[in-house]
Design a protein around this ligand. Structure first.
Ligand code: SF4
Ligand code: SF4
Length: 118
């Protein structure tokens, strides 16, 4: 009897990364501390908020993003990525806005799932 074919998971984030290069990624300092994020990847956004280095500028690009947007990317902070990174979902409104900014086609709603660009 043949084995059932292995399940293949399509992850559009791995050849995208647009949301990591479109927005300021800010969150409470307390979260940065609890995640153990090093100071080298952070900037001060307000007395209470940190942001990921590289995202607080007119052409944002998180310093943790490796690779080429729209080609092949990974996140060097994946295990420690903060809540804004975990909240965006492939195919949601923020994803569509980021992909549009980088000239990438919108994903169908059926492709919506948690962002795993790292
Ligand atoms: S959530 Fe959307 S914009 Fe972000 S990496 Fe995934 S596909 Fe790209
Ligand atoms: S998922 Fe990784 S590369 Fe993208 S913004 Fe968050 S920390 Fe930066």
């Amino acid at each position: 009897m043949m084995n059932a074919p292995a399940t293949v998971t399509f992850n559009p984030c791995l050849d995208c990364g647009a949301c990591c290069a479109s927005f300021r990624v800010s969150f409470y300092w307390a979260e940065a501390v609890s995640l153990g994020l090093p100071d080298t990847v952070l900037e001060q956004a307000s007395p209470w908020h940190a942001c990921l280095r590289g995202t607080n500028q007119p052409a944002p690009r998180c310093h943790a993003l490796q690779g080429e947007v729209g080609q092949s990317v990974s996140c060097s902070l994946y295990a420690q990525r903060p809540s804004p990174c975990r909240e965006v979902r492939a195919g949601d409104a923020q994803c569509r806005k980021a992909r549009q900014r980088h000239g990438l086609p919108a994903l169908a709603a059926a492709e919506a799932f948690r962002c795993e660009s790292g």
